[in-house]
Design a protein around this ligand. Structure first.
Ligand SMILES: Cc1ncc(COP(=O)(O)O)c(C=O)c1O
Length: 401
């Protein structure tokens, strides 16, 4: 498997002769082909988790493909609406929905919410009464797993995402006349690469969720399974089969007896379309370690420091030199600024560029761009075979006050 297609490689080759600082390239043609496959089924209603990549042109592709939109902040909501998308196609998830945010969302026409606490339920009802509207609400449930079983989204620890079944039992749904409690939401794991494991996790959840819904007197019309579908970050990782997933999801839908099964996809929808090109500044040998110092690091791609999982990297230029282990470091004054150890041709030098792939999700906006005042990365798209700039690189003077 190669992570770099011919159109992306030639676009990056061209840009690397014109630019001196790191940039992202998103292959929207490949994205559109991928999305067309995802929507070619009727078992699951698909929402795009905008947090994965809120770039306007990416959102437009998801819109054209027929996805709906899961937003977690006012910023994400406004970005979606700015693309001409109707608020009826927007769902609001997230643990920090303040009364002010809820008010804004309702004013902007959003009517579907995932409630993550008893307070959120109360605030949703208050704001809906004030604005004389009815809201569709799913309750976000957090299940505990048997001793020794990991909850992959939050490790073994408790997370603030939703509430446990016992905590939800304190809810008296009759006290909230403006809310239509229409189902449950559950999402506790990330970047899963096995459809069997996912099917097993999902099927384990059905009984406790059905029991909770019945105790609360909530009609389980909708079951929202969130995201969590993984993409490979190394050549050896498995790849999920969409067909196998859809078969598993259709089974879950039938067993759970729900009318609608929803998923909010981030990584699996857009992760593979993005690449990050990064100039080498220098290479040095330090205590026996081959160190490559790069122009950009976690200021543009924070995820490796947060998850300990690197984006795959390769040399842009063709080389027949033998591979050697090299440790890749960014420009920040913290040891956290490491983009991993990679096997790279041993003739790599300071005139080279490296390309990191699988960066379409949790890349540009999941970073720490201001630390040390380096440039913001540029963003380019390939669309209908044409390369266009969406954002020029910007100097620190652009954002410093
Ligand atoms: C509520 C919710 N839904 C969906 C997603 C998207 O997850 P993924 O990128 O694994 O598809 C996230 C990611 O954090 C999330 O918090």
């Amino acid at each position: 498997m190669t992570f770099l297609s011919t159109p992306v490689k030639s676009a990056i080759n061209k840009l690397s002769t014109q630019l001196e600082t790191p940039f992202f390239v998103y292959d929207l043609d490949a994205l559109n082909t991928h999305l067309a496959r995802l929507v070619a089924q009727t078992d699951v209603k698909l929402w795009y988790a905008v947090k994965a990549n809120p770039l306007s042109t990416v959102i437009q592709c998801l819109d054209k493909a027929g996805f709906n939109f899961d937003v977690a902040s006012k910023g994400e909501l406004e970005q979606v609406l700015a693309q001409g998308i109707n608020s009826e196609r927007v769902l609001n998830t997230g643990p920090a929905k303040s009364p002010a945010q809820i008010k804004h969302f309702i004013e902007r026409g959003v009517r579907t919410f995932v409630a993550e606490s008893l307070n959120q339920v109360r605030w949703l009802n208050e704001q809906a009464v004030d604005q004389q509207c009815q809201l569709q609400v799913l309750l976000r449930v957090q299940l505990r797993w048997p001793e020794g079983e990991k909850n992959p989204l939050g490790g073994d620890s408790l997370t603030p995402f939703g509430l446990g079944c016992d905590e939800w039992l304190a809810l008296n749904t009759h006290q909230y006349p403006a809310l239509n409690f229409d189902g449950l939401h559950i999402f506790q794991w990330g970047n899963m690469l096995s459809s069997d494991k996912l099917a097993e996790l999902w099927s384990q959840m059905i009984t406790p969720l059905q029991q909770l819904a019945s105790k609360l007197g909530v009609n389980l019309n909708v079951l929202d399974l969130g995201g969590g579908l993984g993409i490979p970050y190394t050549q050896n990782d498995d790849t999920l089969s969409w067909d196998a997933l859809i078969t598993a999801l259709a089974n879950i839908k039938r067993h759970a007896g729900v009318n609608e099964l929803w998923m909010e996809l981030g990584r699996y929808a857009v992760g593979e379309c993005g690449h990050y090109a990064n100039p080498v500044v220098e290479r040095k040998l330090n205590y026996g370690q081959q160190q490559v110092i790069l122009s950009g690091g976690i200021n543009h791609l924070l995820r490796p420091a947060v998850t300990n999982q690197d984006f795959p990297a390769q040399l842009l230029r063709n080389s027949t030199a033998e591979n050697q282990a090299m440790s890749l470091y960014g420009p920040l004054c913290t040891a956290l600024d490491c983009l991993g150890e990679h096997q790279l041709p041993n003739d790599l030098n300071e005139h080279d560029w490296l390309v990191f792939s699988q960066c379409g999700a949790y890349g540009f906006t999941e970073s720490m761009p201001y630390f040390l005042c380096h440039e913001l990365a540029a963003e380019y798209v390939i669309h209908n075979g044409e390369l266009n700039c969406v954002r020029q690189a910007a100097d620190a003077s652009d954002y410093l006050r």
